[in-house]
Design a protein around this ligand. Structure first.
Ligand code: ATP
Ligand code: MG
Length: 569
């Protein structure tokens, strides 16, 4: 490719609305351009890098035995009603109408479509297992599209769906995808941590997210440095044990004028340690009041609450709603003798005694509360957020917390969709069975940006050779035609192209400084400089991105680059 024939609009200044480094570099290196919030055009170099990621994904999916298909992005509304996700996912669904005013959905994901297909086409255990994947555009009406390709309204995903005859077989399919994902991200030059993920209502151990550690990530990962535990904070547990005084004293109301926080009560004259307090939170779940109890020093976790409530549709009650329900304001709340509302208690409070909590009377608390004796708990569940420093649930070493970007997700679905779409097969005994499903997503566009987020310096992008838009950039320092410099540049360009190396020649009539800066900004792994001075000595310059300049004889260029590429694999 010739620089002057394509479009690489590099920018010196950082566009004002780009917050994170990878977004800035995507724009500055001329890889993408914004059409409007959450919608981007891939320019030639960006598209090349994107195709590289796609190809790695394709090769590894094929290797793992999955077959590529392509499903429509435009989907009929009725399949979304059939899976009961028309309502559940209404916040992210893009809907369009045709000329007859009939409504359609722009697919945010494809479980409904693939299961419809499999229900029609597969009928016997002999046709299973099967795994179908596609690489395609998805549409999601994200509340906060941001960070460029990281959270867009339209993005490219690889989604795969497995169908199996048994639970055991489904787990084997899951493992194959897990292994394929590990290879994919490694080949993209990405360091990822697979972490246990929240399984929502489905439950079970079979959900992992592949996370790229990055301060700008939207997720938090709890992990043990020994490598024996890693989980999304939405799911993480720890080995922390609560110890409580074992006593049976009667509860006692005492005045606490003006004290409305856990911290206030932990100070003299009260001096009640936060972990000896019960924090009472009030939520409105599907328009009903629910009380949630956690230890005073703990925080309730929204994802865990979603699991416990069985719906994501809940919110904190307003002070007015709370006063109406419990007769007191936040800061004096408790669940002792509360029978009118369900009480959900965090596991860390099991067996708690000698606890202090609000008395449901402003300015008063209760002490010597024993949870088993004094509080009617409707449901015990893990509801709290694990903190850094708590012991690893496997080995006891202090846990760490790290922010991260989710690039992929593997998930054992079970029979939710096969039931909804009657995806059944006849087993060996002639019995009808529901296919056991798994689904597996990789954000292709997000992965591309994550590579940049993880690999850059002050000068620009540092591409791993596997996803670089071009491997080599040839930089003639002067471009007047028929000069020795340009002839040599053209010769190397032809030789490298013939050798199958992906090469671009910067044939712009620009100062060398500008060209070098742009080559570093775009981040080509190898740059070959051709200038009059070195050529006079029978040499050209070879520079690895971020490395030192070396001189090399023109005849050795192709061989040397092939060597470098072989070792970078
Ligand atoms: P998130 O929690 O980040 O919204 P998700 O759980 O909704 O992700 P999945 O439905 O599991 O994501 O989709 C599979 C993959 O698609 C994700 O791992 C992520 O890499 C990518 N992805 C999801 N939403 C977006 C988006 N709005 N823009 C770009 N990529 C996305
Ligand atoms: Mg999402």
């Amino acid at each position: 490719m010739r620089w002057t024939q394509t479009l690489i609009p590099t920018l010196k200044e950082t566009p004002a609305d780009a917050e994170i480094v990878s977004h800035k570099l995507l724009l500055r290196a001329g890889l993408i351009r914004k059409l409007t919030g959450g919608l981007y055009t891939f320019l030639p170099l960006g598209l090349r890098a994107l195709r590289k990621v796609e190809q790695i994904v394709r090769e590894e999916m094929d290797r793992a035995g999955a077959s590529e298909v392509l499903m429509p992005a435009l989907q009929p509304t009725d399949i979304w009603q059939q899976s009961e996700r028309y309502e559940i996912m209404r916040d992210v669904l893009f809907k369009v109408r045709d000329r007859a005013k009939k409504e359609w959905v722009l697919g945010p994901t494809h479980e409904e479509v693939i299961t419809t297909l499999v229900a029609n086409e597969i009928s016997s255990y002999r046709q299973l297992p099967r795994n179908f994947y596609q690489i395609q555009v998805k549409f999601r009406d994200e509340i906060r599209p941001r960070f460029g390709l990281m959270r867009a309204k339209e993005f490219i995903m690889k989604d795969a769906y497995s169908f199996d005859v048994s639970d055991e077989a489904a787990q084997a399919s899951y493992q194959k995808m897990y292994d394929a994902y590990s290879r994919i991200f490694k080949r993209c030059g990405l360091k990822t941590i697979p972490v246990e993920a929240d399984t929502g209502a489905i439950g079970g151990k079979f959900s992992h997210e592949f996370m790229v550690p990055a301060e700008t990530g939207e997720n938090e990962v709890v992990y043990c440095e020994k490598g024996d535990y890693a989980a999304n904070v939405e799911k993480a547990t720890s080995g922390r044990k609560s110890t409580f005084a074992a006593s049976n004293s009667a509860t006692e109301k005492f005045p606490t004028p003006g004290i409305v926080t856990i911290e206030g009560l932990s100070k003299p004259p009260y001096s009640v340690a936060a972990q000896a307090q019960i924090k009472t939170l009030v939520y409105v779940v599907a328009s009903k009041i629910v009380l949630v109890l956690v230890r005073g020093d703990d925080q309730a976790n929204e994802a865990k609450l979603t699991g416990a409530f069985g719906t994501g549709e809940f919110r904190a009650a307003t002070p007015e709603e709370i006063f109406g329900a419990l007769g007191a304001h936040p800061g004096s709340l408790g669940a002792v003798n509360v029978t009118k509302f369900p009480v959900y208690a965090d596991e860390a409070l099991r067996g708690a005694s000698e606890m202090t909590t609000g008395a449901n009377e402003d300015g008063f608390h209760l002490r010597n509360v024993s949870i088993d004796r004094d509080i009617k708990v409707t449901l015990w569940a893990d509801l709290r957020t694990v903190c850094a420093g708590e012991p690893c649930p496997v080995c006891g070493q202090a846990l760490k917390i790290q922010r991260a970007i989710e690039v992929g997700h593997v998930f054992k679905l079970g029979t939710k969709y096969s039931k909804a779409f009657n995806a059944v097969f006849l087993d060996e005994g002639g019995q009808q069975q529901l296919a056991i499903m798994g689904c597996y997503g990789i954000g292709i566009t997000r992965t591309l940006q994550a590579v940049i987020e993880q690999s850059n310096d002050k000068d620009g992008i540092i591409w791993p050779a596997s996803v670089a838009p071009y491997t080599v950039c040839i930089t003639p320092l002067a471009v007047a035609p028929e000069t020795e410099v340009m002839k040599m540049a053209e010769r190397l360009y032809a030789e490298l192209s013939a050798a199958g190396v992906e090469v671009i020649i910067d044939d712009r009539d620009e100062r060398p400084g500008v060209k070098f800066k742009d080559a570093d900004l775009v981040g080509f792994p190898i740059r070959i400089g051709v200038g009059e001075k070195s050529l006079a000595k029978g040499e050209v310059e070879l520079k690895l991105r971020g490395g030192a300049l070396t001189s090399i004889q023109p005849d050795q260029v192709v061989g040397r680059i092939k060597e470098l590429l072989a070792t970078s694999k």
